[in-house]
Design a protein around this ligand. Structure first.
Ligand code: IMP
Ligand code: MG
Length: 184
């Protein structure tokens, strides 16, 4: 009982596949930032689980902060108008900043976030995304670290939601029937 909501979710990446990918990313990030202590900035809410798993695999010293932006809400269409709901606590001046995001789609959200953060004069600014829907890009945003290049599907699980549902799933899947709903 209570599991029928899962029948609409088609599995894409298992818990094990995600864990393996997160280990790879963390290994590369630890190498690239050797001897430095970056500020890891998680974009809420979607990056929550990814960030938690990623930082626990890092071998470097990091600081962690969060930025909450208003996203799709209950719709699947990116408006390109991004609202900062909760800003960072820490200043960025002179720091190495690594932004961690769940999905890069049109790039509108991230392009806004990055230019917003750049104004605060970080020493370096890099982007790590778990999933990249590369084919849908509308503005040029090139992530420095990519977990999976994913198809144009509406993805859920592992922190990622549809109308605030499915975030808790340990795997990543897509919702059947939603891909034609005219995203972006
Ligand atoms: P963009 O502005 O079009 O790049 O959209 C990026 C934002 O939309 C990300 O922060 C994601 O949280 C959200 N998003 C994009 N694609 C999906 C999806 O397939 N499922 C859930 N959220 C998504
Ligand atoms: Mg998001």
């Amino acid at each position: 009982m209570g599991e029928s909501y899962l029948s609409q979710v088609k599995r894409l990446f298992s818990e094990q596949e995600i864990a393996e990918k997160v280990r790879e990313l963390a290994g590369q990030i630890s190498l690239d930032y050797a001897g430095r202590s970056p500020l890891v900035v998680g974009i809420l809410k979607g990056s929550w689980i990814f960030l938690a798993d990623l930082v626990r695999q890092l071998t470097i010293q990091v600081y962690i902060d969060f930025l909450t932006v208003a996203s799709y809400g209950a719709s699947t269409i990116s408006s390109g108008v991004v609202k900062i709901v909760m800003d960072l606590k820490a200043p960025l001046t002179g720091r190495d900043v690594l932004v961690v995001e769940d999905i890069l789609d049109s790039g509108l959200t991230m392009s806004y976030i990055l230019s917003h953060l750049r104004l605060r004069k970080p020493r370096s600014l890099k982007l790590c995304v778990l999933m990249d829907k590369r084919a849908r890009r509308q503005v040029a945003v090139e992530p420095d670290y990519v977990g999976f290049v994913v198809p144009d599907r509406f993805l859920v699980g592992y922190g990622v939601d549809y109308a605030e549902r499915y975030r808790h799933l340990p795997f990543i899947g897509y919702l059947e029937g939603l891909e034609d709903e005219g995203k972006g």
